[in-house]
Design a protein around this ligand. Sequence first.
Ligand SMILES: NC(=O)C1=CN([C@@H]2O[C@H](COP(=O)(O)OP(=O)(O)OC[C@H]3O[C@@H](n4cnc5c(N)ncnc54)[C@H](OP(=O)(O)O)[C@@H]3O)[C@@H](O)[C@H]2O)[C@@H](O)CC1
Ligand SMILES: Nc1ncnc2c1ncn2[C@@H]1O[C@H](COP(=O)(O)OP(=O)(O)O)[C@@H](O)[C@H]1O
Ligand SMILES: [K+]
Length: 485
Amino acid sequence: MIGLYTAEEVRAAEEPLLATGPEGALMQQAATGLATVCARLLDDVYGRRVVLLVGTGNNGGDALHAGAFLARRGARVTAVLLDPERAHPAGLAALRRAGGRVGTGADAIARADLVLDGMLGIGGRGGLRPEAAELARAAADGAGITIAVDVPSGVDASTGAVDGPAFPAMHTVTFGAVKLGLVVGEGRGYAGEVHLVDIGLGAHLPTPSAWRFTDADAAARLALPAPDDDKYSQGVVGIVAGSATYPGAGVLCTGAALRTRPGLVRYAGTAAGGVRAAWPEAIVTEGRPGDAGRVQSWVVGPGMGTDDDARSVLAEVLATDLPVIVDADGLTMLAEQQDLVRARRAATVLTPHDREFARFGTEPGGDRVAAARDLAADLGCVVLLKGDATVVADADGTAFVNGTGTPWLATAGTGDVLSGITGALLATGLPGVEAAAAAAHLHGRAGQLAAERGPLIAGDLVRRLPDAIQRVRGVPHSGLGHWEA
Ligand SMILES: NC(=O)C1=CN([C@@H]2O[C@H](COP(=O)(O)OP(=O)(O)OC[C@H]3O[C@@H](n4cnc5c(N)ncnc54)[C@H](OP(=O)(O)O)[C@@H]3O)[C@@H](O)[C@H]2O)[C@@H](O)CC1
Ligand SMILES: Nc1ncnc2c1ncn2[C@@H]1O[C@H](COP(=O)(O)OP(=O)(O)O)[C@@H](O)[C@H]1O
Ligand SMILES: [K+]
């Protein structure tokens, strides 16, 4: 798993190194790593126009030292200083020695091949002040590569919240640890591709605030069937989704469960006809959940409606002592009867998008990890807050930020697929938070594979799930896979 850290956690890790190491050593390491990434992205450094946007803190110092490195390799480097009196003295001296110069704003930025944002790092507070905001806007209008030093100025490194303008980075070169704010919320959109430069913080870093799954982490939660497995032993999933008028959610959700963990999937609900026609492999009843037969987890909510029948079905499922994932219409009803979750002892996973989340009392706001954590703690369940970087939080504060997916997932029905995947993983006995994090990872991988062929629809996700599972297990999706024992 990849650790995601707040600014405070990174500062605490830096302290012992600053206290014991030679003066400026950390900054030299950071600046060298930064300049190396810049040189790679510029391809040929000689003669290139580089503009440094330099604030008053150490973030500006990093930019100045990296600028000196690039100037020594023949780049034409101009530093734009937010406050010339307070620019990092050693960095400025190094830049001058290397032949760089100090200049002014917008024109230089418009002509630059590369703009390096060293205005604010983890010491930034609140929205950008007017002059910094103006430079960020000029960088957005320019044609050069934009690279943020440590964190894009205007992005809260710890939360991803953005208050007003921020520097639009195509790349962010971050030091020592990946800051949470670079991968979640609005900040993610400003950070671009994140490059991590090692400055030796490793052993000093605390347990991170949040985690990101890798393919290996997801694969570890997708156990293969063993020789002694049968169709029941892998975990049977029960689905309540869709309706007679709108069978689609039932079809997508059941298909996703089958394609994730095809031991046995049971369906109970009013979309029975559509589900039966689409998935002869599923065991289908028009009746209530209690009529479906034994299951090890329930998926309830997508497209089931919110009438009195739907309400009583939701209550019936939540009254079981089985893991349950609640989505869509199920969430709309649950928001009005939140005690149905609080009373549960088995795992409950709620999978709201922003509007569904708001029905529980508060908007997600700028700090999406905190929002998901707070709701999870309040209800004593797992909350999976959907978005371009889906957040999964448990009642005890454990949190994951998903790193897979594609904006092509913003299409109707993809959430139903996520519900089916989550239900299938819950049925295998995984803790709720791990099932949800693995499901989000796998769903995103399926989306990426489906998007390779252009615009995707939700059914494509179901079709690509086997390839996605192969991919996260390390088997090339286009190859024959491993035949060796
Ligand atoms: N620690 C280390 O050893 C290492 C740290 N490293 C680097 O240092 C960075 C952290 O440096 P830092 O602590 O100096 O803070 P930093 O982010 O430069 O900003 C502080 C300045 O910004 C100002 N300011 C604040 N808010 C503002 C706003 N909204 N709008 C405008 N201005 C605002 C504030 O000024 P003031 O409020 O006093 O006017 C203050 O002077 C870190 O991200 C990494 O890049 C690496 O070299 C590795 C080694
Ligand atoms: N811009 C985006 N980038 C990446 N993923 C997205 C984006 N927008 C939505 N998604 C993902 O698509 C899915 C949409 O789910 P949802 O809103 O419940 O759709 P539906 O109810 O139509 O099935 C979620 O998994 C969400 O994380
Ligand atoms: K910055």
